[in-house]
Ligand binder design. Structure first.
Ligand SMILES: Nc1ncnc2c1ncn2[C@@H]1O[C@H](COP(=O)(O)OP(=O)(O)OP(=O)(O)O)[C@@H](O)[C@H]1O
Ligand SMILES: [Mg+2]
Length: 365
């Protein structure tokens, strides 16, 4: 290994240059870097280099199992100055939270991006479930996006676990705001349905530009209360099914309608998505009982994603959305095994002897 300077250094036939900080997290710092091969000086382009504070990090080990269009690709891993460095593909628009802050107040709002990003988040979660990996820190800062390509990739597997039997005894991990009730109640076994809950919270954040459950919570108890305020109190039967000891809910009132919460936070007519379909989907995802939450494959087939399935919509830059439905053979086999249908793009029908639209016909009439 040869050092030029911190701005330019060489490791394993790669020369890294123009290092610029793009993110800081709990476990390290992330830089944008240019990379070229040192032998042939071939430019390989821009990448993201994560420099971990800790010598031992589970993330690279876990990520070696993974390869999917909606999971960030790990390219190389090396040690430098006693720290683990991990090279990832670069997502040019950074994380989803940054994207929301930049584009929520655009004239069209997020427009089709709400469905485009949410669809890919659930597609990534279906893949992780098939690999028996739980992420446990799904939140908008850990989802990386590209506006021009219309892609979303799940990143930051620092809290992730490989759970061969599909369940894991969890204590509070990740970020309180996105933790499902079974984790906040501490005693439950959690599974991929914990990530589905967190993804539901991300989806509502994309629509509201603020967290659905109040973000002000000092600990698990307070966060549970924030959830209760929106979903209503849980029952004894809920706790039994969740696998947690019954504790009395603070609220006595019946479930408050999610529709009312949205009406209060979001003026009618804002956003281009179908509000009815969105509320229906969120009602299905945000359930106390893990077994009542839908599998990501079922979520992808929900009418909320109609604009992707219909084949009529495209990105603002004219890019077709067909690539979102190009499922790999591995994904198709997983859906078949679980007896779910893979969402298919509806074919656009062409009418024979089309006479043109009313507007086109007008001049002759
Ligand atoms: N491949 C990438 N492309 C573009 N930006 C990235 C990439 N990886 C990380 N970032 C940026 O760096 C931030 C921190 O990265 P990451 O979440 O992986 O680190 P972390 O230390 O584990 O964070 P935390 O534990 O606080 O969630 C991200 O929120 C994102 O803004
Ligand atoms: Mg992070």
């Amino acid at each position: 290994m040869e050092y030029y300077s911190d701005m330019e250094f060489e490791v394993d036939d790669f020369v890294f240059s123009n290092k610029k900080k793009i993110g800081t997290g709990t476990f390290g710092r992330v830089y944008k870097v240019n990379v070229r091969t040192s032998s042939s000086q071939k430019d390989l382009g821009k990448f993201a280099l994560k420099v971990l504070d800790d010598r031992h990090d589970p993330e690279p080990k876990l990520m070696r199992r993974l390869g999917h269009p909606n999971v960030i690709t790990l390219i190389h891993r090396f040690k430098r100055r006693g720290r683990v460095n991990v090279l990832y593909e670069l997502m040019e628009d950074g994380d989803l939270l940054k994207f929301l802050r930049q584009h929520y107040s655009d004239p069209e709002g997020l427009g089709i991006y709400t469905e485009v990003f949410a669809f890919q988040l659930f597609r990534g979660l279906a893949y992780l479930a098939s690999k028996r990996v739980v992420h446990l820190d799904i939140k908008s800062e850990n989802l990386l996006v590209s506006r021009a390509r219309g892609t979303l990739k799940i990143a930051d597997f620092g809290c992730g676990r490989f759970i061969p039997d599909g369940r894991w005894q969890s204590h509070s991990v990740g970020t309180l705001l996105f933790n499902p009730p079974e984790i906040l109640m501490r005693t439950a076994l959690c599974s991929h349905s914990a990530d589905v809950w967190a993804a539901g919270v991300v989806l509502s954040e994309m629509v509201l530009n603020r967290p659905l459950f109040s973000s002000w919570a000092k600990g698990e108890r307070m966060q549970l209360r924030n959830i209760e305020k929106v979903l209503g109190p849980w029952t004894r039967a809920d706790c039994a099914k969740m696998g947690v000891e019954y504790r009395r809910p603070r609220l006595r009132r019946p479930r408050r309608s999610l529709g009312k919460v949205f009406r209060k936070l979001l003026p009618a007519g804002s956003g281009t998505h179908d509000r009815g379909a969105l509320l229906d989907l969120l009602r299905q995802i945000l359930r106390y009982r893990q077994d009542e939450r839908p599998h990501p494959w079922q979520i992808m087939a929900h009418p909320f994603f109609e604009r992707i399935i219909s084949g009529r919509e495209e990105l603002p830059n004219g890019r077709d959305l067909g690539h979102l439905l190009h499922f790999t053979d591995e994904e198709r086999a997983d859906a078949r095994r679980l007896r779910f249908d893979v969402p298919k793009r509806r074919k656009r029908r062409r009418r024979k002897g089309r006479r043109g639209t009313a507007r086109e016909r007008q001049p002759e009439e």
